[in-house]
Design a protein around this ligand. Structure first.
Ligand SMILES: C[S@@+](CC[C@H](N)C(=O)[O-])C[C@H]1O[C@@H](n2cnc3c(N)ncnc32)[C@H](O)[C@@H]1O
Ligand code: SF4
Length: 449
């Protein structure tokens, strides 16, 4: 990557895990319109959905963390939380008795905060709604520090074959500064036991831009991760937003790599992943050729959502748990962020939607284009130009011409194709279509490259 291009285009932009991006949601969805949207989508397709379950608890705070979580060592709260999830799910099943779960994703916080016993109860509760085994897939986020072999056994007993490990960095100095100590041996043992028990797909989360991270440390971490031979790797840019996540202020006393210095850390990791047979996917993912994400990429069934890349067999995602986001394909809704408010809302469903947005026709089209660009680096755009006003269409075309001039994209017969040089700038390319960003002056987002 050329430094001048990086410096010119590295600016605060959405991550485009949804369109419109979260800060631009208009809060216009209530219970009855939400149910109407689901009904509409189910009628046109089938009653299959993905379910995202948020387990908000962690025993210890990682100082870099930007996720929605509650720190506690009190495990007595598990039962009440599970009961609440079940009540919430029952509400959906009552409305749509044929609901089938194609994809189940447990994220957090830390799903393996739950004891193996309670994890088993949770998975069993949803099992009756799982779709056929060849269609069904489940992924659980795993913090190696609190995940036991018994957890792994419960996963495979309930058909969970994919896990995502939070690793971040193996350097002892960085681990100390971020308040997250976990040895390579601990992770290696867990991975080898997971393989023995029948887990077929392992993802590793890494972060670049952590305090005092340097090239040698990143190289060592990446080499250790490659030795674990995971099917997928997410190599995230550290998002430093202390106004939102106050815990991140604790990192400001250290040197936080930024701009070009931070980018170089990513480039080092990327070089090693590619050299070792991984293929780059989107902005920050690396996949093995045999992985299901790679197949989804090849078969054009890849999607991008709040959890990252996924296999998109259905449009609908139902989010259960505090702060979880649901997507009907026509609208987004978010559950209350705080656990007590979420528990209360299952008793009074009118309080369940705290943040929401209905997509108009133009936003639905832009959403499709952004999904295509983020997943495949390619999208047909003439149908958008047909439904947008002449003025908006002209503006989009003139911005695309500028990106074509710097060599980020090619336009061939109404198809936008991102070039090799343009791949790191996917967020900048998506911005061209994002009319909500036109008058935005607030610092709402992290750096784009
Ligand atoms: C919910 S956590 C994963 C599960 C478990 N809690 C753990 O940490 O092992 C999801 C992932 O988000 C990423 N993450 C959290 N805070 C971040 C930040 N500020 N910037 C970039 N990535 C972040 C980490 O890579 C983390 O593994
Ligand atoms: S990174 Fe994971 S374990 Fe650490 S505080 Fe955040 S959610 Fe919890």
């Amino acid at each position: 990557m050329k430094k001048e291009l990086f410096e010119k285009y590295n600016k605060r932009l959405p991550r485009y895990t949804s369109y419109p991006s979260y800060p631009f949601w208009s809060n216009d969805v209530d219970q009855s319109s939400w149910l109407m949207h689901l009904q509409q989508v189910f009628e046109n397709h089938n009653t299959n959905c993905n379910v995202y379950i948020h387990i908000p608890y962690c025993e210890k705070l990682c100082f870099y963390c930007g996720c929605s979580r509650t720190i506690t060592r009190n495990h007595r709260i598990e039962e009440e939380y599970l009961k609440t999830l079940f009540t919430h799910w029952d509400w959906y099943v009552q409305k749509f008795p044929d609901l089938k779960i194609n994809g189940l994703y447990l994220g957090g916080g830390t799903p393996t905060f739950l004891s193996p016993h309670n994890m088993g109860i949770l998975l069993q509760y949803f099992e009756k709604n799982f779709s056929e085994a060849d269609e069904f897939r489940a992924t659980i986020e795993v913090d190696p520090r609190v995940t036991t072999f018994d957890h792994l056994q419960v996963f495979v007993d309930h058909g969970v074959k994919r896990i995502s490990l939070g690793i971040q960095d193996f350097s002892p100095d960085v681990q100390k500064k971020i308040n997250r100590i976990q040895s390579f041996e601990l992770v290696q043992n867990l991975v080898s036991e997971a393989r023995k028990k029948g887990i077929t797909e392992i993802n590793c989360d890494l972060i670049y831009g952590l305090p005092d991270q340097n090239l040698i440390g990143v190289q060592e971490t990446v080499e250790k991760v490659i030795a674990l031979s995971p099917e997928n790797i997410s190599f995230y840019s550290y998002a430093h937003t202390p106004s939102k996540s106050k815990n991140q202020k604790a990192l400001e006393k250290y040197h936080l790599p930024q701009n070009w210095e931070k980018r170089i850390l990513f480039e080092k990791g990327k070089e090693l992943f590619l050299k070792n047979g991984y293929l780059a996917l989107g902005l920050d993912h690396f996949v093995k050729e045999g992985s299901s994400l790679y197949h989804a990429y090849k078969n054009r069934t890849l999607t991008r959502n709040f959890m990252g890349y996924d296999i998109g067999s259905t449009k609908v995602t139902i989010g259960l748990g505090a702060s979880a986001i649901s997507n009907s394909g026509l609208s987004f809704i978010q559950n209350p962020k705080d656990v007590p408010d979420y528990l209360n809302a299952t008793m009074n469903p009118q309080l369940m939607i705290t943040h929401s947005h209905t997509l108009n026709i133009l936003e639905q089209k832009i959403n499709e284009i952004i999904q295509d660009i983020m997943c495949y680096g390619r999208s047909e755009i003439t149908s958008l130009l047909k439904i947008s006003s002449q003025e908006v269409g002209q503006d989009i075309l003139s911005q695309l011409n500028k990106l074509a001039d710097v060599g980020f994209i090619k336009m061939i017969s109404g198809i936008l194709e991102v070039t090799h040089q343009g791949m790191p700038f996917l967020r900048n390319i998506c911005e061209v279509f994002d009319y909500h960003m036109k008058n935005n002056t607030q610092k709402l987002f992290s750096q784009s490259v």
